[in-house]
Write a new protein. Structure first.
Length: 130
C-alpha cells in the first residue's frame, strides 16, 4: 500500500471507522459470549479517558514509560495469582516474564514472585480469605 499524497480529514477517518464498526456484533447488548463485557456508559467513559491520557505511551518500552510499568505491576499484583502460586508454601512459582512482554501464563507470571523472593513478601497485601 502506498501512502496517499493528501491525508484524510478527521471527519473522513471517523466516517470510515464508524462504517467498519457497523459489521461488529452487538457487544454492548451482551450478544457475544466473550472478548468484551460492557460495564456501562460510566465505565466506558472512564476507560476512554484513561486511554486518551496514555495514548502515546508504549508498554513494550518499560524503561522509557515507567508509568505503564508501575500501572501494569499494580494490575498484575491484583490478579488472582493463587491460581498459579501457593504463597503459603512458596511453591508453584510461574516463570517470570519481563514487564511489558507477554508471558507464557498469559501475563500472570509478572505478578508471581521470582527466584529468591519469599512468597509472603511478593505482591501487594490481599484481604484474608473467608
Amino acid at each position: 500500500m502506498l501512502f496517499p499524497k493528501q491525508g484524510s480529514s478527521h471527519d473522513e477517518v471517523m466516517a470510515r471507522i464508524n462504517d467498519a464498526l457497523t459489521a461488529d456484533l452487538d457487544w454492548r447488548g451482551g450478544k457475544i459470549w466473550s472478548l468484551v463485557y460492557f460495564a456501562g456508559d460510566d465505565v466506558a467513559e472512564m476507560i476512554r479517558d484513561a486511554y486518551s491520557a496514555a495514548i502515546y505511551t508504549n508498554g513494550l518500552g518499560p524503561t522509557a514509560f515507567k508509568s505503564l510499568k508501575r500501572l501494569e505491576s499494580e494490575v498484575m499484583g491484583a490478579y488472582p495469582v493463587g491460581l498459579f502460586v501457593d504463597r503459603a508454601k512458596g511453591v508453584g512459582q510461574a516463570m517470570p516474564a519481563p514487564v511489558g512482554r507477554a508471558s507464557p501464563a498469559g501475563g500472570c507470571a509478572a505478578a508471581a514472585p521470582g527466584p529468591g523472593v519469599p512468597a509472603k513478601e511478593a505482591g501487594p497485601a490481599r484481604p484474608a480469605e473467608a
